[in-house]
Design a protein around this ligand. Structure first.
Ligand SMILES: CC(C)(COP(=O)(O)OP(=O)(O)OC[C@H]1O[C@@H](n2cnc3c(N)ncnc32)[C@H](O)[C@@H]1OP(=O)(O)O)[C@@H](O)C(=O)NCCC(=O)NCCS
Length: 167
């Protein structure tokens, strides 16, 4: 983690309709949308799809904000979701850092924040799907201790990764 990211705190709060414009602006092409979301969201992304996602009880959707020195704190910088997959189990979904904020440790803070949120909800086992071409995301998840579990049986073409949380 860089000294810069050490200086800030990343917090998660519920994803709201007034976050839609920023989220949509962070996804510049159908390919970027697919890397982020898989088939659930379709190009062009719009508020109606995001309203539908927010109303889906399967997913808890979060917007990430920064607190810290004034020059680093500011508006939304990321998005992440948790979906229950059974008792004590959840999937991390739709991980995104604003393009202009990447490469300075925020993705790591974002995933660590949702792991902490999951632990606080009694989750002991986390999984996620990632496309094999998505080297930055795979490196991030490996750095945080996620293990490769082979091809996903649920999402064609994706890899399954998992992390067991300490009891
Ligand atoms: C994946 C993503 C969230 C990473 O966010 P980020 O803020 O740039 O990541 P960080 O700066 O916190 O980097 C943390 C680690 O991720 C890995 N990483 C990040 N960017 C990388 C890159 N371009 N190449 C290789 N590894 C990278 C590294 O392991 C890095 O640790 P290091 O700095 O010690 O090497 C961001 O690139 C993103 O939003 N991508 C588009 C959406 C997406 O693909 N989401 C994942 C869906 S499964």
């Amino acid at each position: 983690m860089t000294p810069e990211s050490d200086a800030v705190t990343l917090t998660l709060r519920p994803f709201r309709a007034d976050d839609d414009a920023a989220l949509i602006s962070w996804l510049a092409s159908p390919e970027e949308l697919y890397l982020f979301s898989g088939p659930r969201l379709t190009w062009p992304l719009d508020g109606a799809q995001l309203d539908e996602l927010r109303s889906d009880a399967t997913f808890t959707t979060f917007t990430a904000e920064l607190a810290g020195p004034a020059e680093l704190a500011g508006p939304a910088v990321g998005h992440i979701e948790l979906a229950s997959t059974g008792q004590g189990r959840a999937r991390i979904a739709r991980v995104l850092v604003a393009p202009q904020s990447r490469g300075r440790g925020l993705g790591e803070l974002l995933v660590r924040a949702v792991i902490a949120e999951a632990a606080s909800r009694g989750i002991h086992s986390l999984t996620l799907f990632v496309l094999p071409s998505n080297a930055p995301a795979i490196a991030l998840y490996e750095k945080l201790g996620f293990e490769h579990r082979g091809p996903s049986a649920e999402l064609q073409g994706a890899l399954l990764m998992g992390l067991e949380l300490p009891g």
